[in-house]
Design a protein around this ligand. Structure first.
Ligand code: CMP
Length: 153
């Protein structure tokens, strides 16, 4: 069982797409185990995007990510890090395949609606930035037996 950090960005909330995009993950059968709404500060942005701070696009990224609230979540499931990244599609909405979330809803490289961890190491780091262990709720939805056969998860 893996966990991944998934963050619905300011453009997602400003455009009123949170419910529709969250539904895609629910419909896929991914298990939501943590959720909170917050406003990202410049300090938090530098912590989250540490690997991008020196890049030319970082000032614009910080302005965007701090402009409106975000919704921070953790999803749990087998291979969930790869599964969510594939559901999102390529970073740029212009390059993302039709049928992916960015391919269907975004035309931007920066305003790409949702962030998701790209590896187990990033997932552990990002989850720890946004959530205390007690805020992550492991639970067994009663429908789970209709989402995967025994032994698959
Ligand atoms: P995300 O998956 O959150 O990871 C880093 C973010 O920086 C990315 O989504 C985009 O929002 C943004 N980003 C990545 N590359 C560029 C770029 N070349 N120009 C502007 N923004 C970018």
């Amino acid at each position: 069982m893996e966990r991944t950090y998934v963050m619905f960005k300011p453009d997602c909330l400003e455009r009123g797409l949170l419910g529709r995009i969250l539904s895609r993950f629910e419909e896929k059968g991914l298990r939501l185990v943590a959720m909170k709404m917050l406003r990202i500060t410049p300090d938090l942005s530098r912590q989250h995007y540490a690997e991008h701070v020196e890049k030319p696009f970082y000032p614009s990224l910080e302005e965007f990510i701090t402009a409106s609230p975000v919704v921070a979540t953790v999803f749990e499931g087998p291979e969930v890090i790869r599964v969510v990244r594939e559901m999102l599609g390529a970073t740029s909405g212009l390059k993302a395949a039709a049928g992916t979330i960015r391919g269907d809803f975004s035309s931007s490289r920066q305003m790409n609606l949702v962030h998701a961890s790209d590896s187990p190491e990033s997932a552990a780091r990002e989850i720890a930035i946004y959530f205390k262990p007690a805020e992550i709720l492991s639970w067994d939805p009663s429908l789970a037996c209709w989402l995967q056969a025994p032994g698959e998860g």
